[in-house]
Design a protein around this ligand. Structure first.
Ligand code: BDR
Ligand code: CA
Length: 331
């Protein structure tokens, strides 16, 4: 199996990413879950991850869970000077994910499990050190890139032992601003560090995930699993559907984050194009924009740094997602 660390900010769609990552042990060895603030505060996203893990029949004593950054890298400066230009910094997307970060579900947790004492980036380093460049660890990042940026900055000698598959960015319309996607705009400096790190990088942008809609038919199949777990997962979808309807006019909600886990499950189901991508760290209308040179003629003096995924086998994805929900439902 491919060794992976899931860095996330649950988050409705992060919850589905955890389910997919935790239920395919023949193909994915989930070594740790590291948490970042984004969809909600670090405390809330951590609690949400613990809830989902428990709901999948796993615990933080088998899969370590570690907290990471509670704010974007540049928050102190931004708080004083240009928060207004960044739109999202320091503000959680409550309209989309609610006050808990996972509104719509109530996963029971009788006792709050212990989390690992290490910071996310130190846990990543301890794990990655055990692997070689021949067998790299894939960091699947489904939240803002703060933890990952700190890891590659603090441990540059481990960069050749990882790959990164991230959900983030957009080359079409944004979801937190007309030109920007949430995970990137929440911490553009972190994204800039990661995109310039030289690590093998695969990006799953909104261009793909906006096609991955949980239709009423799929929602019906989740409900039909007919257990408290399934009811909660359906509740997440329903809340997400209503937010996306109210905010963006979508009829069904897009399930962004599990696409990044699915890529690691079977990259042959995806089409990727290797191009140069830059992140706008300046202020103003294009703050947090991911700028991709698809023609290869604009940034030609810079090496191509990202595999951008724009298509996947949708039927395969939904079969795998529903299989995983069924497995988690049986635990
Ligand atoms: C990303 O932002 C969050 O709202 C989701 O969890 C996903 O990771 C989509 O832009
Ligand atoms: Ca997320």
């Amino acid at each position: 199996p491919v060794p992976i660390i899931l860095d996330c900010d649950p988050g409705h769609d992060d919850a589905f990413a955890i389910v997919l990552a935790a239920t395919n042990p023949e193909q994915l060895s989930l070594l740790a879950i590291t948490i970042v603030s984004g969809n909600q505060s670090l405390e809330k996203t951590t609690l949400n991850a613990l809830r989902i893990l428990h709901a999948c029949g796993l615990s933080s004593s088998t899969i370590p869970v570690a907290k990471g950054a509670s704010a974007p890298l540049m928050l102190p400066e931004l708080a004083d000077t240009c928060t207004a230009d960044r739109h999202s910094v320091g503000i959680y997307p409550v309209k989309v994910h609610g006050e808990t970060g996972m509104d719509g579900a109530d996963f029971p947790l009788a006792v709050i499990p212990k989390v690992d004492e290490r910071k996310a980036w130190n846990l990543m380093a301890d794990i990655v050190s055990l692997y070689s460049a021949e067998c790299p660890v894939t960091i699947v990042a489904t939240g803002p890139l703060t933890n990952v940026a700190l890891f590659v900055t603090l441990y540059p000698e481990l960069r050749n032992r990882i790959r990164i598959v991230l959900m983030g960015g957009t080359f079409e319309r944004g979801n937190i601003h007309p030109t920007a996607e949430f995970n990137i705009l929440h911490d553009p400096e972190a994204a800039h560090i990661v995109f310039h790190s030289g690590v093998c990088l695969t990006m799953i942008p909104l261009d793909l995930t906006h096609q991955v809609l949980v239709t009423e038919d799929i929602l019906g199949k989740i409900r039909a699993l007919n257990t408290p777990f399934a009811k909660n997962m359906a509740g997440l979808v329903e809340f997400f559907r209503d937010s996306y309807q109210k905010t963006f006019g979508f009829s069904s909600p897009p399930l962004h984050d599990p696409c990044a886990v699915a890529y690691v499950l079977d990259p042959s189901r995806f089409d990727a194009q290797r191009i140069r991508v830059e992140v706008e760290t300046g202020k103003g209308l294009c703050a947090g924009q991911t700028v991709g040179d698809f023609y290869g003629c604009f940034f030609s003096n810079q090496p191509k740094n990202v595999n951008v995924v724009l298509h996947m086998d949708m039927k395969w994805f939904w079969d795998r997602m529903l299989q995983s929900l069924t497995k988690a439902n049986e635990t």
